[in-house]
Write a protein that binds this ligand. Structure first.
Ligand code: AGP
Length: 610
């Protein structure tokens, strides 16, 4: 997620912008910049790297002026670099824009502008916005922004300045958050409350499709169509730490709740205009090269590996190509059988995990083509892979991965469908059917999140146990592995995920009176088998909590002690829903035990050493 700050008032804007950007650092970024109205006109200073780099640049050559915009960039289009940093300007250098979001149709807009003679310096989608506004400008920046925005598709929070109207700062919100800070003789814009909390606690929260025109003495609120709107002032009574978590108690809970947005953002721009097929324009692997592949290896660590296990089923069911999965720390040392017909998919939230990076290099040394699924543009994995699918989960701060994992699932669904389209193993109607179901996932996750209290009660009861089991079959087993890891890594309760059909081959010996068994029963073709495994553990005194599909509650309630129903979706898509109750379960269990949810003992967010 990028960070936006803007100021119009009577104080020097540079320190206000820099301080505001510092308060947004927790969102993660790879570059930063500011634009200020100075005596020389609209001036921009921006640089790749940390804010300290930007401050260094400004030390010797400060931008003096009382109106400005600032930005921290989390790259989605174009690698981290000075020239790709924001703010961006048009060719006349009279318009400057900062942007958080994704312009889905930027390539076609860029081509149109280039035909009109516009020249572009960066690889970003954002740069075209300053050009679009410049083209539409006929003396009124508000109208020019409205006309430009109507041409854009995607998600955008914007801050806009033009040298022609130095006493106005324009803000637009569409699918990416933006707030307006209200001060005495001064106004602010920001992506998030922490950036302006030290200056004002009175804000307007813009909704999708709304914009604001800020002057020193007032804020004009309207829709992007220009219809005036009225808003109540929201008074913020959070402290800074709470504000960084958007009011949630922990980053992990905030990130669990950000999953609907992460699903939408990861799908955004990767479906055809009619939404009936997949369009992964970022892939360079050709259909011919894909057709030449006879085996796929999925390699990752930890939670990313668990996403890979779901990915295996996705690719095998959709593309009917054999898939092997392996943890990177094993793969890299077992002399894997790799040929030029092997496609190796590495999965990594950080893109810096040492074992995963080593596995990627082993694959390339052996002539395989490598596809990376990662959350960080410009990460080592992203740079060294032949192809990259970026998950657009935004920075994940909590050590325990949640929104990155589920965004990796979305990436696998998109790739699996793309693969099936290329091989012709699924017809258009089926692909369209799956995509329609995928687009319902965000609000289905929101429905699960609205019932978090149910999970919290179960979590408090299991937190009193030292050991417990997760069981499931097929995709439910893959998700059980992820649920077990989540619980272990933040509540420190020992748990084991087991293929339900395997219990009787030994582990059943561990089942005793009162031991909690978390059972996933969403794969209805395996339901009867799993229910018989539940009877095995119930007969030995287990306390069974089941995650089931809506509609099956009454039947399954007869066999278990408690249950949670997730909204119905296609069997292949259920992991994107069934994992959410398990994420909440681990979160509330850790909370009940008083552990540091976001920074659990012994663990690091990115394991960059062997
Ligand atoms: C996730 O909850 C864990 N903290 C950990 O297993 C993580 O998934 C693993 O270290 C891989 O990290 P990566 O996705 O950044 O490569």
């Amino acid at each position: 997620m990028c960070g936006i700050v803007g100021y119009i008032g009577n104080r020097e804007s540079q320190p206000i912008l820099l301080e505001g950007l510092k308060k947004l650092e927790y969102r993660g970024y790879d570059s930063a910049g500011i634009a200020v109205f100075t005596e020389q006109g609209l001036e921009v200073t921006k640089t790749v790297g940390r804010l300290a780099n930007l401050e260094g640049r400004l030390q010797g050559d400060p931008l003096r002026g009382t109106v400005g915009i600032g930005h921290t960039r989390w790259a989605t289009h174009g690698k981290p670099s000075d020239v790709n940093s924001h703010p961006h300007m048009d060719n006349t250098l009279k318009f400057s824009v900062v942007h958080n979001g994704i312009i889905e149709n930027y390539l076609e807009l860029k081509e149109e502008l280039m035909h009109q003679g516009h020249r572009f310096l960066s690889e970003t989608d954002t740069e075209i916005i300053s050009h679009l506004i410049a083209v539409e400008y006929e003396g009124d920046i508000v109208k020019a922004v409205q006309k430009a925005v109507r041409k854009m598709r995607g998600a955008f929070a914007l801050g806009v300045l033009t040298e022609y109207e130095p006493d106005r700062l324009v803000a637009v919100r569409y699918a990416s958050p933006l707030i307006i800070g209200i001060g005495e003789g001064e106004k602010y814009i920001a992506s998030d409350i922490p950036a302006i909390l030290e200056h004002t606690r009175d804000i307007y929260i813009l909704n999708d499709g709304e914009m604001a025109v800020l002057t020193r003495d007032g804020v004009e609120l309207m829709t992007v169509e220009g219809n005036p709107i009225a808003k109540d002032v929201f008074h913020v009574d959070w402290d800074l730490m709470t504000a960084e978590k958007a009011g949630f108690d922990h980053f992990m809970l905030k990130e669990i709740h950000e999953q609907p947005k992460a699903y939408r953002d990861t799908m955004r721009g990767r479906l055809s205009d009619d939404g009936k097929s997949v369009s992964l324009t970022e892939l360079s692997i050709t259909p011919e090269q894909l057709r030449a592949i006879n085996r796929v290896h999925i390699v990752a660590c930890g939670t990313a590996m668990h996403a890979g296990l779901v990915g295996k089923t996705i690719i095998e069911q959709l593309a009917r190509v054999p898939v092997e999965t392996d943890v990177a720390s094993e793969y890299r040392y077992r002399s894997p059988i790799i040929t030029p017909e092997t496609l190796v998919i590495v999965v990594s939230q950080s893109g810096e995990t040492a074992d995963t990076l080593a596995a990627l290099r082993e694959a390339k040394r052996n002539g395989a083509r490598v596809l990376a699924i990662t959350n960080v543009v410009g990460s080592s994995v992203a740079r060294e892979a032949d192809d990259v699918i970026i998950t657009l989960a935004g920075p994940e701060i909590a050590v325990a991965s949640t929104k990155a994992y589920t965004s990796q699932l979305i990436a696998f669904y998109l790739f699996g469908l793309h693969y099936a389209q290329v091989l012709g193993t699924q017809d258009e109607a089926f692909v369209s059917h799956v995509l329609a179901a995928m687009q319902s996932l965000p609000e289905q996750v929101e429905k699960i999140l609205s019932q978090a209290e149910v999970i919290k009660k179960i979590a408090e009861s299991i937190s009193r146990h030292a050991n417990l089991f997760f069981i499931g079959r097929g995709l439910d087993y893959a998700v059980a592995l992820e649920g077990s890891l989540k619980l272990k890594e933040i509540s420190y309760i020992h748990s084991e995920a087991y293929a339900a059909g395997e219990l009787k081959h030994g582990t059943l010996a561990l089942i005793e009176e009162g031991i909690p068994v978390i059972s996933l029963i969403t794969q209805e073709d395996l339901q009867e088998k799993t229910l018989s495994n539940i009877k095995e553990v119930k007969a030995r005194g287990a306390d069974v909590f089941a995650v089931v599909n809506e509609g099956n509650e009454a039947e399954i309630a007869k066999s278990v002690d408690s249950l949670f129903a997730i909204p119905r979706t296609l069997p292949l898509l259920t992991p994107a829903l069934s994992v959410v109750p398990l994420q909440l379960l681990s979160y509330y269990a850790s909370l009940a035990l008083g552990h540091d949810v976001d920074k659990p003992r012994n663990l690091a967010k990115s394991v960059t050493v062997e």
